[in-house]
Design a protein around this ligand. Structure first.
Ligand SMILES: *Cc1c(COP(=O)(O)O)cnc(C)c1O
Length: 390
């Protein structure tokens, strides 16, 4: 008797998720007892602020929180989002129809193609980009069409370069600013052009806004929703993960066009049952009272950025000072492909970094460092990198 496990084609077609690979590399090095500096995965190294943890402690004892949550989020949570959005972006959102909770923004980004993509339809995805956009388009039976993000265009897609036959088949467009992995930012002029493009071609815009609060030098990244017409053509995905160091809690939300949100809701409500109500209560507390913690977070990453980027400049690396995100997107030094540069850095300096090509073909030749260790460790990383000949 032999039992065969046969995966569906969509599973075999899917690449190994980038961070699974990174995690394996890091674990291998750690198991060999090496002093690893992990600049690979974008996960904040500091714990969730204690006032949020404390609010969770009491929320979890409330019996009404023990039942199935409402599928699209408690009204108090959605009202807290509306209030925060008004304060931060001066945008009015109807909590009942224009805001929906997500089990982390990744969940919503991954499910949205299933609501709008028929077999053979196209989703426009940035490359390099967060792998979820293209992988979940493929899972939904669609075809990702790559919009290259090039340094000479400040890592913004060239909307005029997309062929007409692709535009006819395109149903969705994914964007993400401030951007992972390039750390690029977009201004409202770009968003205005996106709205116009979306209206002309009838393409739904999905803007991933995970990093709007992680910015430096006083710069305030805009929301796509700030631009006139954005709420008609698109939705925006927000996350509490990076802003409030709540990556493990799994809570985010989508805002924007109610009809688009309804499509996403229909998929979601057939698959999951919403966010644990106690976590939503804690998120309300975070949104209402987190301003000081967020300001402190910005100062911390700004210092780290300054130490690390200055260090890389001293070593002759070609890299820009990012205005936002906790990523440093550097041209891979020497002539080796970025994947080999990353392997070399791990082998010779015990530093984990992410290969640019892991975020799509256009990421080739770059290395992404996440500033997820204290400045002393970043200095140590720089002195280790100084010893390597590329
Ligand atoms: C971290 C990240 C997310 C995921 O956030 P969650 O809310 O934790 O799911 C989404 N998009 C980008 C670009 C990210 O880097």
């Amino acid at each position: 008797m032999s039992f065969e496990v046969n995966y569906a084609e969509r599973v075999t077609r899917l690449p190994v998720y980038l961070f699974v690979k990174l995690e394996n590399m890091r674990n291998q090095a750690l198991s060999e007892g090496r002093d690893v500096i992990n600049l690979g995965v974008g996960d904040p190294d500091m714990p969730t602020p204690s006032f949020i943890v404390e609010s969770m402690r009491s929320a979890v004892t409330k019996t009404e929180n023990h039942c199935y949550p409402s599928n699209d989020g408690k009204l108090v949570f959605r009202e807290a989002v509306a209030k925060w959005f008004r304060g931060r972006f001066n945008v009015e959102l109807d909590p009942k129809t224009e805001i929906m909770s997500l089990i982390g923004s990744k969940e919503g980004l991954g499910h949205v193609p299933f609501a709008f993509i028929n077999p053979g339809d196209v989703a426009l995805v940035p490359s390099p980009g967060y792998p979820v956009y293209s992988n979940c388009t493929t899972l939904a039976g669609g075809e990702p069409y790559i919009m290259p993000l090039l340094k000479e265009n400040h890592f913004l897609p060239d909307l005029t370069a997309i062929p007409t036959e692709i535009l006819k088949r395109a149903k969705l467009m994914f964007l993400n600013y401030p951007n992972n992995p390039t750390a690029a930012v977009a201004d409202k002029d770009f968003f205005k052009r996106v709205v116009e493009f979306a209206e002309i071609n009838n393409i739904i815009v999905c803007h991933d806004a995970a990093y709007t609060e992680m910015s430096f030098d006083g710069y305030q990244p805009p929301s796509f929703m700030e631009v006139e017409g954005a709420k008609e053509v698109g939705i925006e995905f927000h996350s509490l993960s990076k802003t409030y160091r709540m990556t493990g809690w799994r809570i985010g939300y989508a805002v924007g066009n109610p009809e688009i949100l309804k499509g996403l809701f229909k998929i979601k409500s057939n698959i999951d049952s919403g966010v644990f109500s106690a976590i939503q209560d804690a998120a309300v507390v975070a949104l209402a009272g987190g301003a000081e913690e967020v300001a402190e977070m910005r100062r911390t990453y700004e210092q780290r950025r300054d130490v690390f980027v200055k260090g890389l400049h001293g070593l002759g690396w070609d890299v820009e000072l990012p205005k936002a995100t906790f990523y440093v997107w550097a041209k891979a030094p020497g002539r080796l492909p970025d994947s080999e540069v990353v392997e070399k850095i791990l082998a010779e300096a015990d530093i984990v970094a992410a290969p640019g090509s892991g975020y799509g073909e256009t990421g080739e030749g770059f290395v992404r460092f996440a500033l997820t260790v204290p400045t002393s460790r970043l200095r140590e990383a720089i002195s280790r990198l100084a010893e390597i000949t590329f």
